[in-house]
Design a protein around this ligand. Structure first.
Ligand SMILES: [Zn+2]
Length: 273
């Protein structure tokens, strides 16, 4: 941990209710528990397509409740749901999304913004690609008064970006989450309908491949939890191995601004360097 840092505000912008927990909840828990930062989550869709079991209407309601429960476990200041139709985010003009995200950056005065990496390769989900691009633009220009001058809130310049990806590229920041992996798993398990989806997808995959996995045959809630916990420990354990940690989350860290370069000062790193 570097020298005494001032308290920062973080905005996490995602497409779906459980994106943040899967990709970054261990790091978010450290920001809150160790550094005392305020963290806000902005979920842009209504999560209405993520199930083999529930109707879209049920999913919208249940996933919102679960997102708030997970937010409580992590200690988020607020979980805000924008409610665009799941899967259709790319149909919303990017200037509209950029404006919405920029407005929230300005409202909460976000020093750090976290989202899907707009430059990571092989991202298949159109919602992830869209939220990534809109967030990149909103964070870079939120401090410029002539961008969206009609906003209710004053311009505010974000200075740090944490980008996550399923296939990370140029992502050199490994955050040690060994102390927060249990909380990450707990927050993830709060998304029960999404964890059921993950397990249903695994069951279909096993069936197609002809692999017999007894745990995947009509699993109850406990078995589902065991499967998710095993998957998370295996995946984030493998990420941690790359950096010498028991468990880690991986980010492409970006700092906005050029003062160090202009003044010839050493480049500042993240809170976890
Ligand atoms: Zn997602």
């Amino acid at each position: 941990m570097p020298e005494q840092q001032q308290k920062k505000t973080i905005l996490v912008v995602v497409a779906h209710a459980d994106d943040m927990e899967f990709m970054a909840a261990g790091t978010i828990a450290r920001f809150i528990d160790e550094l005392g930062y305020d963290v806000y989550e902005y979920i842009l869709t209504d999560n209405s397509k993520g199930s083999y079991r529930l109707s879209s209407e049920e999913l919208v309601r249940v996933s919102a409740e679960e997102a708030r429960a997970a937010g409580d476990i992590l200690g988020l200041k607020e979980v805000r749901l924008e409610g665009y139709v799941d899967g259709d985010l790319a149909d919303i003009p990017v200037n509209v999304l950029r404006g919405k995200i920029m407005s929230m950056i300005r409202e909460v005065r976000a020093d750090i913004v976290m989202s899907w990496d707009p430059f990571a390769p092989y991202e298949e989900h159109p919602d992830h690609r869209r939220v990534a691009t809109a967030t990149l633009e909103a964070a870079h220009f939120g401090g410029s008064p002539l961008f969206y001058p009609d906003h209710e809130y004053k311009p505010y310049q974000t200075s740090e970006l944490y980008w996550f990806a399923k296939v990370p590229a140029n992502a050199a920041l490994f955050v040690d989450i060994s102390a927060t992996i249990d909380k990450k798993i707990k927050a993830l398990l709060a998304h029960d309908c999404q964890m059921a989806l993950t397990v249903d997808m695994l069951a279909r995959e096993a069936e197609i491949l002809g692999i017999d996995v007894p745990m995947l045959k009509n699993p109850d809630a406990d078995t589902r939890a065991q499967l998710i916990e095993m998957g998370i420990r295996n995946h984030f354990g493998a990420v941690g191995e790359k950096a010498g940690f028991a468990f880690a989350e991986q980010f492409r860290y970006e700092r906005i601004g050029m003062i160090e370069e202009i003044l010839g000062l050493p480049a500042r790193g993240s809170d976890f360097d």
